[in-house]
Design a protein around this ligand. Structure first.
Ligand SMILES: Cc1cc2nc3c(=O)[nH]c(=O)nc-3n(C[C@H](O)[C@H](O)[C@H](O)COP(=O)(O)OP(=O)(O)OC[C@H]3O[C@@H](n4cnc5c(N)ncnc54)[C@H](O)[C@@H]3O)c2cc1C
Ligand code: SF4
Ligand code: SF4
Length: 1016
């Protein structure tokens, strides 16, 4: 069994007493001190790892005032903080060993939209896409763009001065900030609005922190004008943190303090509210995809494209292009970026035009096309062709392809993974091509693998060389390359940080600002935060302080990960490879990723949180001398098991308060719905259900399981028995007191009733029930081609039998001979609960049976996506080669290629709405299109509805502990979308989804096969 893991980094005693005092002081938000909560914010998208003392999550600004006022008491002088938003920084910007103040959980409201005057006021924990959703109905958007828009907060954007595509026209975040409200570390609330010189001077005369700040800023700006002018490169991505160039208007002497705060990376205070200007959504958008014979040609041609008045010019190199081409995503754009006959496309520039006026838009597009035609005719600039895309859906598909391809870079095979440390350099666009050639030569000379893409219009290059950060030598190489890139950017008159901010790269600050100006930054820091208490060490330290700047050499994740032996790391890649990009915090309720994260707003309950906990858990086991792989093997073989008494005793000790880190990990794992969205939606394919079941398997080698686990895990064994007398069980289960008792005794709610009539009864006398292997064996090839075998699953067959019945009737009406295979447990419930030893046996039995049937060469189909897909994924992982070659398809996978063989159907004017199962949508990207094709062939229309998870996910929704979350997840998208349609026209492919709708709406949705049957 696994040992108890009692190690946890203790919280410093002053911090602990501060947190206790904070709880007493009227702080309304959350204070999280558990090791798991601290670990969940110990990483971002960078290579660093830093464990904070605690995480506090304020409910409102007053909470931050309470916190900072308390911290001003002498007893807490040593307490320090770091603000945090989405935690998507690429260089450890929000990482700290102090107290994390996370504004994303509660302080995320859009407070006021003033479309007439073109501004919005927000709390800074609001996510950028959430803000744009609120602005869209008014015809506006917040224009600074960034790839992490579905999880990065406005607070994070302001503090890193974020920008992205379209920055030539839309600028950086700071260009859109009108006012900020900031709580300073001494509890002062600073409202920064632009001030005339006279007003700024009056403010500077005040005593107190605000007076100090104005005095210092005026002094620096007035005295250092020449130095500032010389030092700050004239770039679109100008030098921020702190933005001395824009804070002071030389002509008028006006001061806008917000400019100092933008890009300050949380080192000056907690920005709580922002008034931002907003931009009208362009009415017309188009993308011209220009194709090149090489990446270098694409780079050298970029200035020409910018001159052609483009909104933005984005580029990708051949590595990124090829990754996209090999991925399924290419299907969505292959018609929009076609290959050029007899030419190799090794570079691509995506040129966007966006206008309010159609004629203006057309004229710009036509004039670029004319120029491109001339160049192609003359064979100039390596241009081999171009394509124009002017429909929004196509445009979005192309950008989605780019985003996905960039994500695929991160999923590189092998131990070396792309890492961020010089990933956002910026040089004047006219220097970009030469700079990149030299940059490539540097990386090539070190034998590093990389892909490149970027905003060529702004001279920004994105590159993440692949390094194995578990190898100390590679860590040293990272530092060496980093230093060389700093020198290279300086040579080309650029910046090391063109987009993502500084974080642990702050040590290079003096090099870029020069000693004189850097000292001025330190004086400004001292005016805001004299004792270096907010995000200490980032950007700069206060003047006169002896504190050190953070360094690129800070402790990295690799330091911890390398303590896990290579074999274990290789075996648990699904957890180890998470790079913290935060895509799993996706705010969009209609995206399947990740329901438990969305509903809890708790980072522990995200794929990233779970992967981080798993890594630490493995590390601690190793440090406790556990040979994890060997232990797993032994347990799977039924060895090394402990007695029931011992397991009960261990559970009892835990219940009585004995600390075990495994229990913290378990809490996070229990909150997972095992919906598998992460396993396909995460760019790195972090697969929580896979490592979660392995974790549970090992966890229960020490502790005793609950009855609920056995009820779920072995449901496939007892359900067929119950289904022999469904009436009896149903009468029983329909009693309120029985349900209540069941909840009390087993921890399960709303236990579903069995189908009545049963499948056998509803098809009584039908040939589909007469499975006879010999008879099937004797069939001719012609007969076999007209036969289809139906693989049963426990949920549909025993709880939703009319779906299987209707599938039989539909297949028959389509001219096929359906035969239902005898029920064989699939094992998915065992896998979910981590009964891995038994799952392996169940899977082997089912695979043996299905392989035998597969010899018949007759298609096999199943109805429930989660169970059918289990044959592919979980079976492969558990059985390896023993899985054999059998194939079970979903109905739509089977029928779509056969549609052409069917007689044409009469047209109907029926429209249906498809609520797809999330495992199906995420793991079978063609699924919706297949269903649509089928409905079109049947003469009807099928419209997919954008929904996330329904909240049931197998048995998660029946777990009393998870009931409220299950209901909450349902209300995020399903409830709202169903309310928009007639339920009779809404279709759901998943059994779980249908049962969830039934319990909350009292009505059952049809499976698509039932709707198809109704059309015949
Ligand atoms: C895959 C990927 C792609 C990216 N693409 C882009 C891109 O296109 N453009 C771009 O600009 N960036 C990009 N980034 C970087 C990152 O997303 C941005 O820096 C983003 O603005 C960070 O926002 P966040 O909410 O995650 O902030 P965090 O990472 O939580 O914090 C960032 C900094 O802001 C501070 N901070 C956060 N909130 C507050 C607050 N309310 N008050 C005071 N300080 C605060 C933190 O202390 C920290 O220093 C990318 C990152 C990843 C992982
Ligand atoms: S789990 Fe995937 S999506 Fe989430 S942070 Fe890790 S790598 Fe990114
Ligand atoms: S399986 Fe679903 S709920 Fe669990 S971590 Fe992955 S996306 Fe989240």
């Amino acid at each position: 069994m696994i040992p108890i893991l009692s190690h946890q980094e203790n919280i410093d005693s002053t911090a602990l007493s501060f947190l206790d005092a904070l709880a007493q002081a009227g702080f309304a938000g959350d204070i999280e001190k558990s090791y798991a909560s601290r670990l969940a914010v110990a990483t971002d998208n960078s290579v660093y790892q830093s464990l904070p003392q605690a995480v506090v999550l304020p409910k409102h600004q007053q909470d931050i005032v309470i916190m900072t006022q308390l911290a001003s008491q002498p007893a807490y002088a040593q307490v320090r903080f770091s603000p945090r938003g989405g935690g998507t920084g690429t260089n450890g910007q929000s990482l700290t060993q102090d107290i994390v103040v996370d504004l994303s959980r509660y302080m995320n409201q859009v407070l006021e939209v003033n479309a007439e005057e073109g501004w919005v006021r927000v709390q800074t924990g609001v996510i950028k896409d959430q803000l744009n959703d609120a602005l869209r109905p008014h015809g506006f958007f917040f224009s600074p763009d960034l790839s992490t828009s579905n999880r990065a907060t406005v607070g994070g954007m302001i503090n890193t001065d974020a920008s992205g595509q379209g920055s030539l026209k839309y600028g950086k975040t700071s260009d859109h900030v009108l006012e900020l409200t900031t709580v300073l570390v001494d509890g002062t609330v600073l409202e920064s609005t632009p001030q005339s010189n006279q007003a700024a001077k009056q403010l500077a005369e005040q005593s107190g922190t605000i007076g100090n700040i104005y005095r210092q800023v005026l002094e620096t700006c007035e005295n250092m004008q020449q130095e500032i002018e010389q030092r700050f490169p004239k770039l679109n991505r100008f030098l921020t943190g702190y933005d001395l160039k824009h804070v002071y208007d030389v002509e008028s002497g006006a001061v806008d303090l917000s400019r100092i705060l933008c890009g300050s990376e949380g080192s000056l205070g907690f920005i709580t509210e922002a008034k931002l200007n907003i931009t009208p959504i362009p009415k017309y958008r188009a993308l011209i995809n220009v194709k090149y014979d090489s990446f270098e040609s694409a780079l050298r041609n970029a200035p020409f494209l910018v001159k052609a008045n483009a909104l933005s010019v984005e580029t990708v190199d051949s590595k990124v292009l090829n990754l996209a081409k090999q991925d399924i995503v290419w299907h969505s754009v292959s018609d929009l970026i076609q290959d050029v006959p007899n030419k190799e496309m090794d570079g691509l520039n995506m040129v966007e035009y966006a206008e309010q006026d159609e004629a203006k838009q057309q004229q710009k597009i036509a004039s670029l096309c004319q120029l491109l035609d001339d160049k192609i005719a003359k064979g100039e600039d390596g241009i081999i062709g171009y394509q124009v895309c002017d429909d929004l859906a196509g445009l979005n598909r192309i950008y989605a392809m780019r985003k996905k391809a960039v994500g695929l870079l991160g999923a590189a095979k092998g131990r070396a993974k792309p890492v961020a440390f010089a990933e956002d350099t910026c040089v004047p666009p006219e220097n970009l091509a030469d700079f990149i050639m030299e940059f490539r030569a540097l990386l090539d000379s070190k034998g590093l693998n990389y892909g490149m893409f970027g905003h060529v219009d702004a001279g920004v290059l994105h590159v993440r060389p692949a390094l194995d950060m578990c190898d100390p030598l590679q860590e040293t190489l990272m530092r060496e390359v980093s230093d060389k890139v700093v020198a290279l950017t300086a040579k080309y008159k650029g910046l090391m940080w063109g987009e993502h901010g500084k974080g642990f790269r702050s040590e290079y600050g003096p090099e870029f600002f020069g000693e004189t100006l850097f000292n001025e930054l330190r004086k400004i820091k001292a005016a805001f935060d004299p004792y270096n208490r907010v995000n200490p060490g980032k950007i700069c330290t206060p003047f006169a302080s002896t504190d050190q700047l953070v360094s690129v050499d800070a402790v990295k994740r690799g330091f911890y990960d390398r303590q896990i032996p290579v074999q274990v790391r290789d075996s648990f890649t699904e957890a180890l490879d998470c790079n913290g990009n935060g895509l799993c915090f996706n705010y969009d309720a209609s995206s399947p990723m990740c329901p438990s994260s969305k509903i809890t707003q708790d980072r522990r309950h995200s794929p990233k949180g779970r992967a981080g906990l798993m890594r630490e858990w493995l590390r601690q086991l190793v440090n406790n001398n556990v040979d994890i792989i060997q232990l797993e093997k032994e347990l799977l073989a039924g060895k090394n098991d402990v007695s029931l008494v011992k397991r009960f005793a261990n559970s009892w000790s835990k219940k009585r308060g004995q600390y075990d880190f495994s229990a913290e990990v378990m809490e996070a794992m229990e909150g997972c719905l095992a919906c598998k969205a992460c396993s396909s939606q995460c760019p790195i394919k972090v697969d929580v259900p896979t490592f979660r079941s392995r974790f549970m398997f090992l966890y229960y080698s020490r502790y005793q399981r609950s009855i609920k686990d056995y009820l779920v895990g072995y449901s496939e064994a007892y359900t067929p028995l119950m289904a022999k007398a469904p009436g009896l069980f149903n009468v029983f289960l329909k009693q309120n007191w029985v349900q209540k008792l069941a909840t009390k005794a087993t921890g399960m709610v709303d236990i579903p009733v069995l189908s009545q009539p049963t499948l056998a009864r509803s098809l009584a006398g039908h040939s589909a029930l007469n499975f006879d292997l010999d008879a099937l064996n004797e069939m001719s090839a012609e007969q076999r081609s007209k036969t289809v075998l139906i693989v049963q699953d426990p949920f549909t067959s025993y709880y939703d039998a009319d779906v299987v019945r209707d599938l039989v009737l539909l297949a028959e009406k389509l001219g096929f001979n359906p035969v239902i295979l005898p029920f064989k447990p699939n094992g998915k419930p065992q896998h979910i609960k981590g009964f891995l030893q038994d799952f392996a046996k169940t899977a082997k039995n089912a695979a043996d049976f299905l392989n035998q049937i597969a010899q018949l060469n007759i298609p096999m189909i199943g109805t429930d996506p989660a169970l059918v897909l289990c044959y592919r994924d979980e079976y492969n992982k558990a059985l390896g080669d023993d899985r054999g070659q059998f194939k079970v398809e979903l109905f739509q996978e089977w029928l779509t290629p056969r549609l052409a063989e069917l007689e044409p159907f009469a047209a109907s004017n029926m429209t249906f709405y498809l609520f797809g199962h999330c495992t199906e949508k995420t793991n079978l990207p063609n699924s919706t299109a297949d269903w649509q094709q089928i409905f079109t062939a049947f003469g009807a229309q099928l419209k997919p509805v954008s929904v996330g998870c329904c909240g049931m996910a197998g048995t998660y929704g029946h777990d009393a502990k998870q009931y409220e979350n299950s209901k909450g997840i349902y209300s995020l998208s399903w409830q709202q979308e169903l309310a928009k349609h007639d339920m009779a026209q809404c279709l759901a492919t998943g059994y779980s989804c249908r049962s969830q709708v039934k319990r909350f709406e009292g009505e059952k949705l049809k499976h698509p096969v039932q709707a198809l049957l109704s059309l015949l």
